[in-house]
Design a protein around this ligand. Structure first.
Ligand code: ATP
Ligand code: MN
Length: 456
C-alpha cells in the first residue's frame, strides 16, 4: 500500500500536502460536528490527530473503534494547538475492525496483566517506547564497535562446552523421550552429535579464539541459561554483548566498558527524546537527570576487599551475610551503588573461589583480575575479566575445579601458541535496556520473555 509513516508526517510538518497514513485507532472522541481519531502506526511515540468533519464525511463507525486498523487520506494542516500538524481527513477506509473484547482499552492496564498478552502489549505507549529504545541501543552497539575497528563475529549457539561448568546449560537432543540407554554416556553417544550438546550460555570461549587472531572482536547474540532464579533480572534467554580484546589488561577493558556504556546512553538520549521524557514522567522520576549525571561522571572503581569492608560497616539489615570470600548478593550490590556511590561502580579483584576458572590469577594468590559493573536500581549489568594467559596456571585452575582437561584443549592451545594478555566482558542487553528506561522487570523489555515454567 502506498502510504506515509506517521513519524514522517509529524517530523516533516508539510502543511498543505495530501497524504495517506495507515495505523491503529488509539482513541476516538467527538462532538456534534467533529470527530478526532488518535492514530498510531508505531513508527513514532507521538500519535497523529486525524480530524473528521462529520457533516462532510460519512465514515464506517467501525473506523472509530479502539484498536481498529484504518487507512486515512487527507490534508496536513497546522495543529489547532501547539506547533505540530494534524490531518484533515478526506477518506477513511477500514482495514480491520476491532471488537470490544480487545484488551487494550483506555484505562490503565498493569504491566503484570500486559505480560499475559505479550502479542498485544506492544501496542501500548510503554512498550512502543521500550522497543524504540531497545532498537536504537542495539544499533548503537554495532556502531560503537564498528567505528573502533572491531570484527563482529557470531559464535555458535549449539555448543558442547558449558563455558564455566556452572550446569545452567539447556540440553538439546533429538532422541525420543523413552530412548533406551544403559548409561548417560551411552545416551549421549546415541544422540545427534554423538556427545552431550546444549545451548550456549556465553560466546566468550569462542570469542577468545577470534580475539587471538583479529585482536578486537565482539559478539551480540542470544545466550541461554537454565537457572531457576525467579527474579526481575533473569531470563532463560537473553541477548548478550561480549567484546574480547587482545593486548588489553583489566584497566584497559574497564575503560572500554565505561566508554561503551556512555556511548549507548548518549545515543538513546539523542535518538529517543520523546521516549525518555515519557519514562521520566511515568516510569522512573528523574531518569533524564540520572542518565546525564552518568554521562558526566567517572564510574567508581572499588576493590572487592574494600567493598566487603564498606558492607560490614553498613548499618543495614542484609539477608545474606557479608564475609570476605562470599559472593556479593544483589542487596549488597544495590547498597554499594545506590547508597554509597550513587553511580555505576566497578567492583574489582574478587576471590578466585567465587569466580570462573579462566580469570587471570592475581599475584596475591587469592584473587582474580575480574570486575562486575554494578548500577543503581539493578545491580550487576556487566561481568568482566582479564583472562588467564599462562598455560600452566590455566591447567591448574581447570584441575582444581575438577573439570575435564580434554574438553579445553583448543582453549589451552591459545595459551600454547603465541599467548597474549587479553580481556573481555559480557553485558546483558536487557539489563542495559532496563537501566536506560527505568523499567523494573526484565520481562518487560523483551518481546516474549522466557523464564522457569513460562514459555508463552
Ligand atoms: P547474575 O549474578 O546477575 O546472575 P552472572 O554473574 O551469572 O549474573 P555473567 O555470567 O557474568 O552473569 O553474565 C554476564 C552478564 O550477562 C551479566 O552481567 C548480566 O548482565 C547478563 N546476564 C546473566 N545472566 C542473565 C540472565 N539469566 N538474564 C538476563 N541477563 C543475564
Ligand atoms: Mn557476573
Amino acid at each position: 500500500m502506498k502510504h506515509t509513516d506517521i513519524a514522517k508526517v509529524l517530523q516533516d510538518k508539510a502543511v498543505g500536502q495530501s497524504v495517506t497514513v495507515c495505523g491503529w485507532v488509539r482513541t476516538y472522541r467527538d462532538s456534534a460536528q467533529v470527530g478526532f481519531i488518535e492514530l498510531s502506526d508505531g513508527t513514532s511515540f507521538a500519535k497523529l490527530q486525524v480530524v473528521l468533519d462529520k457533516n462532510a464525511l460519512k465514515i464506517d463507525p467501525e473506523c472509530t473503534k479502539n484498536g481498529a486498523s484504518v487507512a486515512v487520506r487527507g490534508k496536513i494542516v497546522k495543529a489547532y494547538r501547539g506547533d505540530g500538524v494534524e490531518l484533515n481527513a478526506e477518506a477513511v477506509d477500514l482495514l480491520g475492525k476491532c471488537p470490544p473484547e480487545y484488551p487494550i482499552q483506555k484505562k490503565r492496564i498493569t504491566l503484570e496483566t500486559l505480560r499475559t498478552i505479550p502479542h498485544l502489549r506492544l501496542r501500548t505507549n510503554t512498550f512502543n517506547a521500550v522497543f524504540k529504545v531497545r532498537s536504537v541501543a542495539a544499533q548503537a552497539v554495532h556502531r560503537y564497535f564498528h567505528e573502533r575497528g572491531y570484527y563482529y563475529i557470531n559464535t555458535p549457539i549449539i555448543t558442547a562446552s558449558d563455558c564455566e561448568g556452572a550446569g545452567e546449560m539447556f540440553r538439546i537432543t533429538t532422541q525420543s523421550w523413552n530412548a533406551k540407554a544403559g548409561s548417560e554416556e551411552e545416551y549421549d553417544k546415541n544422540d545427534f552429535f554423538g556427545e552431550k550438546a546444549g545451548l550456549s550460555v556465553s560466546g566468550q570461549l569462542e570469542g577468545e579464539v577470534a580475539a587471538t587472531a583479529f585482536s578486537k572482536i565482539y559478539t551480540f547474540g542470544p545466550s541461554f541459561r537454565a537457572e531457576k532464579s525467579n527474579t526481575t533480572r533473569h531470563l532463560s534467554e537473553f541477548w548478550h554483548i561480549e567484546p574480547e580484546v587482545a593486548f588489553a589488561e583489566l584497566p584497559d577493558i574497564i575503560e572500554i566498558a565505561e566508554e561503551m556504556i556512555k556511548y549507548l546512553i548518549r545515543a538513546v538520549l539523542e535518538e529517543c527524546p520523546d521516549e525518555i521524557t515519557f519514562f521520566d514522567s511515568f516510569v522512573e522520576k528523574g531518569l533524564k537527570d540520572k542518565l546525564n549525571h552518568v554521562l558526566n561522571s567517572q564510574f567508581a572503581v572499588c576493590d572487592y576487599t574494600e567493598a566487603i569492608k564498606i558492607l560490614k560497616e553498613a548499618k543495614e539489615d542484609f539477608r545474606y551475610p557479608v564475609e570476605w570470600g562470599a559472593d556479593i548478593q544483589t542487596e549488597h550490590e544495590k547498597y554499594l551503588t545506590e547508597k554509597v556511590y550513587k553511580k555505576p561502580v566497578f567492583v574489582t579483584n574478587y576471590p578466585k573461589e567465587i569466580k570462573s576458572f579462566y580469570m587471570k590469577q592475581n599475584p596475591d594468590g587469592k584473587t582474580v583480575a575480574a570486575t562486575d559493573l554494578l548500577v543503581p536500581g539493578i545491580g550487576e549489568i556487566i561481568g568482566c575479566s582479564e583472562r588467564e594467559a599462562d598455560y600452566d596456571k590455566l591447567v591448574a585452575a581447570i584441575r582444581e575445579r575438577g573439570m575435564n582437561l580434554d574438553s579445553y584443549k583448543q582453549y589451552l592451545d591459545l595459551r600454547l601458541f603465541g599467548s597474549v594478555p587479553h580481556s573481555g566482558f559480557g553485558l546483558g542487553f536487557e539489563r542495559f535496556v532496563m537501566y536506560v528506561t527505568g523499567m523494573e522487570n526484565i520481562r518487560d523489555v523483551t518481546l516474549f520473555p522466557r523464564w522457569v515454567d513460562n514459555i508463552m
